[in-house]
Ligand binder design. Structure first.
Ligand code: UDP
Length: 323
């Protein structure tokens, strides 16, 4: 298939592109490079520099390339920032996304895989979180993704757009070539590994008074290759659907730091800080629906293996993509 990957220069997009190419698909990446990196785009992919907020750019790119399907990774994805600047999140994640949907409709592209998030649920009534639980986001990031899921439903009903929304839990890990390099790094695992590399003096733990066994937040870390495989299955799905995507395991912030200490063999000093606004205490996925309906199965169920892959990449590319 010919797949048009919006946001294919970002962390998750770049690795999905690599896997698509490995599986002999043809790939066009569309990215404005504000968050992504040109060097993270696999050499085998075509690249179009463009911005979703400019309708004519995305329309032209789709008209010219006529892909079979679109994967949409381009979004702002920081909970903390969304609590300070909601406008940015609603503009980029919702309004710009509508430009993409309209451009797809006009170009006759009828299939989309959308990067959604567990942040659409907010603090859940129970864990693991399956698709039947109510979605009540507690930050503008989660709200923006939920709004887009709702918009997709109507584009399907009215225009026949077939979509799969994948609600990621915490993406982590790397391949040999591509890994996590955000210009402003807020994520736990890369921040801990930067301390191990001596690039930061200490890890800040945001909140130690949550109602969890060790007082720190619990998350479900899923390997980026397992996420990418889910996209490739989703692009072939017959029906529109939303799926939660995690391993079903939960690790606390302190557990993540301990595993990083073991994997790196480095001392990793920590400092305890207050809670970060917008963080739910515990997010763990139930992914039975995607296993049942699309035959997805995670290969990396052990957090240590996920962190080992990230550590290998960060050692090989200590300055990331260098831009
Ligand atoms: N966290 C932390 N220190 C950091 C970065 C993150 O304690 O330097 C915590 C954060 O508060 C959350 C968990 O680690 O409870 C995972 O955060 P991350 O930003 O990696 O992903 P999120 O769950 O927000 O998508």
């Amino acid at each position: 298939m010919k797949i048009f990957v919006v946001g294919g220069a970002g962390y998750i997009g770049s690795i999905c592109v690599e896997l698509l190419l490995d599986e002999k698909h043809e790939v066009v990446v569309f990215d404005n490079l504000t968050e992504g990196h040109r060097l993270s785009v696999d050499e085998r992919a075509a690249f179009i520099g463009g911005d979703l907020s400019r309708r004519e750019e995305i329309s032209k790119a789709l008209q010219e390339t006529k892909p079979d399907a679109v994967m949409h990774f381009a979004a702002n994805a920081l909970v903390g920032e969304s609590m300070e600047n909601p406008s940015k999140y609603f503009r980029n994640n919702v309004c710009a996304g509508i430009n993409l949907l309209d451009a797809m409709r006009d170009a006759g592209v009828g299939r989309l895989v959308f990067s959604s998030t567990c942040a659409t649920f907010g603090p859940p009534e129970r864990v693991p979180i399956d698709e039947t639980l109510p979605q009540r986001p507690i930050n503008p990031y989660g709200e923006s993704k939920l709004l887009f899921e709702k918009i997709l439903r109507w584009y399907d009903e009215i225009h026949g757009l077939k979509y799969v929304a994948l609600r990621y839990f915490n993406a982590a890990g790397a391949t040999e070539k591509f890994g996590e390099d955000h210009r402003c790094e807020t994520h736990l695992i890369p921040n801990v590994l930067k301390v191990a590399l001596g690039q930061k003096p200490q890890v800040e733990i945001y909140g130690t008074d949550y109602e969890t066994p060790d007082g720190t937040c619990i998350r479900d870390y899923i390997h980026i290759l397992d996420l990418s495989r889910a996209h490739i299955l989703a692009v072939g799905a017959k029906e529109s659907a939303c799926y939660n995507l995690g391993t079903g395991g939960g690790s606390s912030v302190r557990e993540v730091i301990d595993i990083c200490r073991e994997v790196t063999g480095r001392e990793i000093p920590v400092v305890e800080k207050p809670r970060r606004p917008g963080d739910p205490p515990r997010l763990i996925a139930a992914s039975e629906k995607i296993k049942r309906e699309l035959g997805w199965q995670p290969k990396f169920e052990d957090l240590r293996a996920i962190i080992e892959s990230a550590w290998k990449w960060h050692q090989k590319f200590p300055k990331g993509y260098g831009d």
